[in-house]
Design a binder for this molecule. Structure first.
Ligand code: C2O
Length: 506
């Protein structure tokens, strides 16, 4: 254990104790564990996991919008999270408790300060299914603790009209008497979220991602559009709404799942996976390769049984997991634009990277710094491609994908940047509603303090076919990366770098 100076949590602990009612917890033990050293699952050495088995006798748990819960449902949810925190307080090593449960996310996303970590499940095609499995075990543990198999975690539908604000149940009251509250969070009950984190344009880009590589993320290590945004910016905004003050729980992967809001945020991401699949069943598909469907992870289940679950086990949520999502009563702020391009484009989806027929690249061997100011790079378009681009229309079979590769920040660094085509004067304040907006890229900090470990490199990929068809006739293409924070201001600091921008035609 490293010695650390007093942190904000220590200071808060004394204040919170008096406010705590209904269950006897010392807040520091059950609300405050900054900067984990070791987040390995306890007691698993030599243990053989038991294969996950659906229980058809369980009722189907109905997950609802956090804005649509009845008073009774809110009380029951609070009771469950109070029990989860109490478990950590009473039996710190119980793997199901609030803190140990939160460490599971730390373990799978870079690990603790001791440099030990499990498989990395961010920045690739593992992102959606891993989080679905994680939500499942978390929810079943909550059910078990209050002995109610119908308890379901709510979702924060930041994509529904009128819900671009912090769901108040998680912050009202904003003190440790509310088990849904988190001490290291700057968003307050009902705060409006920045439109650089959630906007119709960001959601349009994400929900219209045309295939699984671009929406879910790829085997090759490209983060999907959803993981980039709104997933990333909502994390950062919740932890530090102005991005000027540094990293808090939700803004750091190692601690994000210590905030109960994590599960409502990921509930919505998980719900939108199903929504996206249903929008265009012929093009929007899950991967079918066995490398994906048979991929296993281990979790402690609600009875503290070390359990192995495969991606194939999480695909049919009702049958296998016994949970589903109630449609929100408010309409989405995004719109689906059906494409009339031939299905061949979608058929190539799983081998998108291999299928590139040409690429126009602006690459350097050395990382290009992306600080707090915008960076613009030109891509010269070959003569033959100019012709193809000029012909581009809504039914052209070609698909153009813009890649930004080799994105990196130090382990304790974070970044959000918006990507624009042919808008070299774009800044942090340029609206994502600009017609030249391509999409947003987010890198979340893995740890709160710097650790000596090689950072993980990620890539982002966006379909720009429609945008290019509107920019017809351009000889040069410029790509601008504009670092941003809440309210259109630049972040306080950034040490992000990237290595390559390329446009590829499929
Ligand atoms: Cu595993 Cu929202 O991060």
């Amino acid at each position: 254990m490293k010695a650390r100076g007093p942190n904000r949590r220590d200071v808060c602990a004394g204040l919170g104790a008096a406010a705590l009612s209904g269950f006897s917890l010392r807040p520091r033990a059950a609300f405050a564990q900054d900067n984990p050293d070791n987040c390995a699952p306890p007691g698993v050495a030599g243990k053989n996991p038991v294969a996950y088995k659906p229980d058809p006798n369980l009722p189907v748990r109905m997950r609802k919008s956090a804005f649509e819960l009845s008073k009774t449902e809110v009380d029951r949810l609070k009771e469950a999270y109070a029990a989860l925190r109490k478990l950590t307080h009473d039996t710190p090593d119980d793997p199901r408790g609030w803190l140990r449960g939160g460490y599971v996310h730390c373990w799978y996303c870079g690990g603790g300060n001791d440099n030990q970590a499990g498989e990395e499940i961010h920045g690739s095609w593992l992102f959606f299914p891993w989080h679905r499995a994680y939500l499942h075990f978390h929810e079943r543990i909550l059910c078990k603790l209050i002995n109610d198999d119908t308890l379901a975690i709510p979702y924060w539908d930041w994509d529904s009209e009128g819900r671009q604000k912090f769901p108040s149940i998680y912050g009202d009251p904003s003190d440790p008497s509310n088990p849904l509250f988190d001490m290291l969070r700057s968003a307050k009950a009902s705060d409006a979220i920045s439109d650089q984190a959630v906007s119709a344009a960001i959601l349009n880009t994400t929900m219209n991602a045309p295939n699984n590589n671009l929406f879910l993320g790829s085997q090759a290590g490209d983060a999907g559009a959803m993981e980039n945004a709104p997933h990333g910016p909502v994390h950062i905004w919740t932890g530090d709404t102005t991005m000027q003050n540094g990293n808090n729980d939700m803004g750091v992967l190692a601690t994000a799942a210590q905030d109960p809001l994590f599960f409502a945020h990921h509930g919505n991401i998980d719900r939108l996976w199903g929504v996206w699949l249903d929008l265009a069943p012929a093009q929007h598909k899950n991967f079918t390769s066995a490398t994906w469907t048979q991929h296993p992870w281990q979790f402690y289940d609600e009875n503290a049984v070390w359990t192995e679950i495969k991606i194939a086990d999480v695909l049919d949520t009702v049958k296998s997991l016994r949970s589903e999502y109630a449609k929100p009563s408010a309409k989405p702020i995004w719109t689906f634009r059906p494409r009339s391009r031939p299905a061949t484009v979608a058929a190539a989806a799983e081998s998108l990277v291999a299928a590139a027929s040409f690429s126009m690249t602006n690459a350097t061997a050395a990382p290009i710094a992306l600080g707090v100011a915008p960076v613009t790079r030109e891509i010269a378009i070959p003569q033959e491609e100019m012709h193809a681009l000029a012909q581009l229309g809504p039914t052209s079979p070609a698909q153009y994908v813009l890649y930004i590769r080799g994105i990196e920040t130090p382990n304790d660094g974070q970044a959000i940047f918006n990507v624009f085509l042919n808008l070299p004067d774009a800044t942090a304040a340029t609206s994502t509603e600009s017609p030249n907006f391509v999409g947003a890229v987010t890198v979340l900090a893995k740890t709160k303090s710097p650790i000596a470990r090689t950072p993980v490199t990620t890539n982002a990929a966006f379909d720009v076919t429609d945008l290019l068809s509107k920019l017809k006739g351009v000889e040069n293409l410029s790509v601008t990366l504009a670092p941003t924070a809440a309210g259109g201001i630049a972040p306080r600091a950034s040490q992000a770098t990237f290595r390559q921008i390329s446009l590829e035609r499929f």
